[in-house]
Design a protein around this ligand. Sequence first.
Ligand SMILES: Nc1ncnc2c1ncn2[C@@H]1O[C@H](COP(=O)(O)OP(=O)(O)O)[C@@H](O)[C@H]1O
Ligand SMILES: N[C@@H](CCC(=O)OP(=O)(O)O)C(=O)O
Length: 378
Amino acid sequence: MTEVLSELSPARKAVAAASRVVVKVGSSSLTTAAGGLAPARLNALVDAIASRQERGSQIVLVSSGAIAAGLAPLGVQRRPKDLATQQAAASVGQLALAHAYAASFERYHLTVGQVLLTADDVVRRSHYRNAQRTLSRLLALGVVPVVNENDTVATDEIRFGDNDRLAALVAHLVMADALILLSDVDSLYDGDPRKGDARRIAEVTGPSDVEGVRAGRTGASGLGTGGMASKLAAARLAASAGIPVLLASAEQAAAALGPADVGTAFAVTGPRLSARRFWLGHAAGAAGRLWLDDGAVTAVVRGRRSLLAAGITAVDGEFDAGDVVELVDVEDRVVARGVVAFDAEELPALIGRSSHELPPEQRREVVHADDLVPLRFL
Ligand SMILES: Nc1ncnc2c1ncn2[C@@H]1O[C@H](COP(=O)(O)OP(=O)(O)O)[C@@H](O)[C@H]1O
Ligand SMILES: N[C@@H](CCC(=O)OP(=O)(O)O)C(=O)O
């Protein structure tokens, strides 16, 4: 093992050595095209997880597949487009999925616990802490948490949308040392490999490695959501928050959870954030936007300084002091998020003005540096 590890990139070594790992598996890797569970594939995944657990790691499994697994029992041919039928399929399928995992892990005398999360569970800070407590207790008890979105109650407006992002959020929530995304494709390519010649990308260490990559939004099976685009976004999110990522195919689960010498490895691109700063930067719902001039962007993003009224050019949204807002540059890119110290209606009279021009009671930072998270993606 030591010999193999020494030949690997730092990101692969980190994934192979991680003591707490979040593994995400997509619908297409667990179900058949006809829309039912594929027990042999599910068992192979569980074999790989049990083996890693046996070697001393703790695993959180984020598993898609509820909707796909519910199709066959309901006699539905294709993934339904309407929300109500998706929810009905998820209701039936999640039960089948949980049952299949419980039986499969039982082969190794491992207990599973089901955790169904809604977007609210990470958007609201108190819910976020609650989910964190539950997952950490499950892990302490030696249970394998099996996480999915609570599809039966999630509506279009409040959905995570895809489990890749959910997995990145859960990885930070449980303070994982690595995230492994398992799909039906063996790696990231510079274009969709189904559509002709595409070059495999083995290592992603910075922006230049993914420049020009075309990542599709739909998968081959029509069973999952998000395609490679959501996997790439989730990998970048986790890597930017200090968590190395391995993207591989579910068929290669044993190698991905073993020596990590397959797939695409994403090196970390930013420091580990505290739970509060991660929540602020990536999970909290934003109630408004503040547009910044170039000087303010530099001060806030590079200089890690507080945002003052003088650097703000425009305001949008209905927010109160204490809400989370996005800070946007002149090209409409979100460059940071933070807790705003003024109500929305107070700001138009203040923006663009230096502190000494403001009345004493309003002479304070609009977003204090301690409440502000610059967004650094690959
Ligand atoms: N640049 C790319 N690199 C690799 N795969 C890609 C790329 N663009 C699109 N894809 C497609 O994305 C699919 C994986 O997405 P999806 O089916 O949603 O996965 P899952 O169900 O595992 O979440 C692959 O089958 C592949 O054809
Ligand atoms: N929560 C949904 C899965 C959503 C999803 O992201 O699916 P996938 O793209 O297969 O990971 C389900 O269990 O059907």
